[in-house]
Write a protein that binds this ligand. Sequence first.
Ligand code: AMP
Ligand code: ZN
Length: 131
Amino acid sequence: MCIFCDIIDHKIPSSIVYEDDDVLAILDISQVTYGHTLVMPKKHVSSALEADPSTVAKVFTCAAQLGAKIKKNTGAAGVNLLANCGEAAGQSVDHMHCHIIPRFNESDAIRIEFHPEGEKDLNEVLQTVTA
Ligand code: AMP
Ligand code: ZN
């Protein structure tokens, strides 16, 4: 059972922002910021890491285009396009999706901060990530 598949099949109601043959975009029920939207493929796949390239292209192209429209219509100053892939990365629904999170100011109820772990041997890191 997948809650997003049930939404796609209209078994669970949702606020549809955009829909075509391959992609559905809905308002996120949690509305972390005003206009927070989710873009998902209609075909079930766990995350972008398992999806075929055309699915990835469709979802992220839609997210970019809708992100621009939502930014304009909400008056947001910026937008985070965010895909959590895997539980360790914060994914709670096991159906690929990309968050569109309009950003207004520093009091938005979201924090994305980078805290460097410390110095790394970039040559060694490069060998690992490109192996
Ligand atoms: P993630 O944590 O990246 O997997 O994001 C899952 C998102 O799905 C969360 O932000 C939830 O608020 C959202 N969500 C869960 N159930 C629903 C639902 N029925 N309708 C809309 N959004 C939902
Ligand atoms: Zn699903």
